[in-house]
Design a protein around this ligand. Sequence first.
Ligand code: COA
Length: 316
Amino acid sequence: MKIIGTGSSLPAKTVTNDMLASFLDTSDEWITERTGIKTRRLITTETLIDMGADAAKKAINMSGIDVKDIDYIICSNVANNFVTPAMSCMVEGLVGADCPCFDLNGACAGFLFALDMADGLLKTGRAHNILIVCAEEPSKFCNWEARDTTILFGDGAGAVVVTRGDDHVLSIKMSTKSKYESLYYQRKMELTPYDQGTELYNPLVMDGRDVFRMAVSASTRDIDYVMNEANLSPSDITYYLLHQANLRIIESIRKHLDQPIEKFPTNLERYGNTSSASMVILMDEMIRDGRIKRGDLLMLSAFGAGFVSGACAMRY
Ligand code: COA
């Protein structure tokens, strides 16, 4: 598998920490010190599906392939306004593709799950070109009267086109350790004449400290595993593209690997945590501004609700 195109799309509205502090009991100092986040982009008039299609079109354009040569579209999305059809079906129409499509929900590690699926489809020969779109609007899961989660998230979309290529994926490892209580969002379903049910709706519930601990231990474990399997040492890696959740989580992983800070690029200070889109948006920015070059060794690592996590060593 080889990445031949990337794209991203962000909402126009920038929301600063001070803007949040005008209606929540928080401050720019607290958010900056505990998370590293300064601003985030939040959806106002855009739709997530349009943003996903916009990112996809940019990735297809960079790849140089004909849209009709896309053999599969995989969308990574936790939730959006449409429960069905899948977001990938709608993106297909907007980009003008003609291929099977499906969505997956791998929470904030969704991009890595999608890469793993794509790698498998390419290896079996079932597909030559696959479009992966990660589009997320976590701002719509939060309770906007609570300060614990709203400060963390931003909305955005990122996309990649992958094709069959020499062994660019050196190792990939995904994990799930079921533990939903630490991070979950329950949305409303319709009542039926037979189930007048108990109210199961809950905006995002998070035990921040627990998630922090699980994130650091899962990421360091996954990275060590992948590094070992690919016979790499930490200094071989050009960039560690880590899930953009919290600067202190990234710093803990960096300390474990004992590598210089320049190898750990971030954009969370501008965009917050955009769930599965975060790593793709970062990768797209770095490819477009020339920081990531062909031949660079990338270590991707992400974690999220589930509790899911994964890492992937790949040559760009
Ligand atoms: N503004 C000001 N104070 C806040 C606050 C906010 N937005 N949120 C919490 N606090 C308060 C708490 O009430 C607590 O006060 P207390 O000491 O009087 O009880 C204090 O700040 C410390 O809270 P704590 O939860 O221990 O802070 P923390 O250092 O763990 O930081 C997170 C909180 C959420 C930033 C951090 O735990 C984190 O990032 N966890 C991972 C979350 C994540 O990445 N989720 C997505 C995964 S995909």
